[in-house]
Write a protein that binds this ligand. Structure first.
Ligand code: FAD
Length: 325
């Protein structure tokens, strides 16, 4: 896949190009206790060893995990060969604060971002939400490009169609991902509003979309078709979560506002090995959307390695475990 250029900054849409087939990547959240940090260390070593395209690190609502998120991103840069991606929310932030944080990420060696509008803090309604300086995730995308461009040396590039003409562009590539919602965002009024938002994010300079979780292949495949018809050209990477128990399923739906997947619920209830059902369901979903043209899969790990790696093995993106005699 060729890198493609938006505005004056060359951006990296090669993030998912792999000669050996579809990519895979993981999402982690910053650990909230010493015990969680220890457990993550073990899981992280296994996730890193599997060779993901990148590992993304979530950002607590309103910057509540700023320090821990940055610490985990720095750890990935300094101690692993895996590219980290920083989630970053705009809600409640001024342009100056956001620019400062982008500089900190860049100083730490992070060149991939997931730019999000973010949710209202607990107890604050959408109507009372103070967005800060940002009206949308698109404005955050523009700000990241601006900060990136201001600190990188500019280089001249020939202008196609204008012999002798040159254009100034920032020299470094950044990936700026944004969120996409195959089932619609809970606050959205219509599918077309979600598509318009995604088109606007790409126009602002986003070069990768990562989806909210979903449970049926057609939901993703139909959404990608609709997005292409609406003019979205960037890769749309499906976010997949192995759901390891009915309890976890309820919690996830509470957090995301997604509808109950009745088939998965029935299968979980019918089994005394719910984790195996969750892994098999995620693997089947991944197989079908990869067959339908998905560029790779992004796995929501809940900071575990066993389930996401089992999914990758079932899908054939990782070699099966060798059992020694
Ligand atoms: P937008 O794309 O700007 O909006 C989402 C949709 O909501 C739009 O499609 C639009 O249709 C609709 N909409 C937006 N504003 C309005 C409005 N005022 N009225 C009506 N409809 C509106 N959250 C975190 O806090 N930290 C994270 O690390 C994090 N990581 C995420 C990773 C992924 C892959 C995804 C999919 C979501 C993540 N979120 C995270 C959640 C995200 O912050 C929420 O979905 C938030 O509600 C919207 O952010 P956005 O960037 O998608 O917003």
């Amino acid at each position: 896949m060729a890198g493609h250029e938006i505005g004056d900054a060359p951006v990296d849409s090669d993030a998912l190009a792999s000669p050996s087939g579809p990519s895979f990547s993981f999402e982690l959240y910053p650990p909230r206790s010493a015990a969680a940090e220890e457990a993550l260390e073990v899981a992280l070593a296994e996730l890193v060893a599997s060779g993901p395209e990148f590992i993304s690190v979530t950002y607590g609502a309103n910057g509540s995990t700023r320090g821990v998120s940055l610490g985990l991103l720095r750890h990935l840069v300094q101690n692993t060969t895996v590219a980290p991606m920083a989630h970053f929310t705009a809600v409640g932030s001024s342009f100056a604060e956001a620019s400062q944080l982008v500089r900190e990420f860049l100083d730490a060696g992070v060149t991939r971002f997931l730019a999000l509008r973010g949710d209202p803090p607990d107890g604050v309604s959408e109507a009372d939400l103070v967005l800060g300086d940002f009206g949308s995730a698109s404005e955050l995308v523009q700000l990241i490009h601006g900060v990136q461009a201001e600190r990188e040396p500019f280089v001249t590039h020939p202008m196609p169609g204008f012999p002798g003409g040159t254009r100034l562009r920032s020299g470094r590539k950044v990936t700026i991902a944004v969120a996409a919602f195959p089932n619609g965002h809970p606050r959205s009024r219509s599918r077309s509003q979600d598509l318009d938002t995604l088109v606007a994010k790409e126009a602002a300079g986003a070069n990768l979309a990562i989806t909210q979780l979903f449970f049926e292949p057609d939901v993703y495949l139909d959404f990608v078709d609709a997005a292409r018809s609406a003019g979205v050209t960037m890769p749309i990477l499906p976010g997949i979560m192995p759901v390891l128990s009915e309890k976890r399923l309820h919690r996830i739906l509470e957090l995301t506002g997604e509808a109950m997947p009745q088939r998965l619920l029935r299968d979980l209830r019918a089994s005394d090995d719910q984790a195996a059902v969750g892994v098999a369901h995620a693997a089947q979903l991944a197989r079908e959307i990869l067959a339908g043209g998905a560029p790779g899969i992004h796995l929501y790990t809940f900071n575990r390695s066993d389930a996401p790696l089992a999914v990758l093995r079932e899908v054939g993106l990782l070699a099966p475990l060798e059992i020694s005699a």
